[in-house]
Design a protein around this ligand. Sequence first.
Ligand code: PLP
Length: 216
Amino acid sequence: MPVNHNVYKQLIADFEKNNSQLVAVTKYRSIEDVNALYNYGQRKMGENKVQEILRKAPLLPENIEWHMIGHLQKNKVSKLLPFVNMIHSVDSLELLLEIEKQAAKIHKDISILLQVHISDEEQKYGFDLTSFENVFFDIEKLNLKYSKIVGLMGMASFTDDQSKIREEFKSLKHLYDQLSKNNSSLNVLSMGMSGDYQLAIESGSNMVRIGSLLFE
Ligand SMILES: *Cc1c(COP(=O)(O)O)cnc(C)c1O
């Protein structure tokens, strides 16, 4: 499944207009496909499995920025850290503390997005939306040294109901605006995938994670 260059160019042009960034999701894709994206200029690549980052990173150019976007288990943090630039899916305090501990061991700064649960689907991970402000204040007080908390991530429900998706994205945007008023390091809002990225951008996303749409 080759990369669709026209779609890629169009997306990049749209995102530039909106000051948002594309994370190209390369899960299930071959090394050749990732290389094709790289040659078009794409540098941020997203994967949802630790194994895939460990397999692909050594075979591809070093200046690719790997983004971990899937659920991360604590026992895989130490293996993943040397290869990854940003983790979008930090969904518990325990996981965050494990990342901090392992990052300290290798003296590596790591960009973190805290994942917030905004959909009505139980299986999706993330911090509870309604109690998140307090959790966030507690996390700020930890003054973590290596884990740089730069933003929030959320996934909308899998539904055709556009207004529901928009509401979910807006709820996270609202939270993000509230928190970033008092915290200048928060500047990434990761929302939107192939099926709902337009709604996400309209709702204030500035980082979109797109996979299937990029491939023919
Ligand atoms: C797979 C995945 C995406 C991209 O999904 P597409 O529908 O292929 O664009 C985005 N975010 C996460 C967390 C994913 O696992």
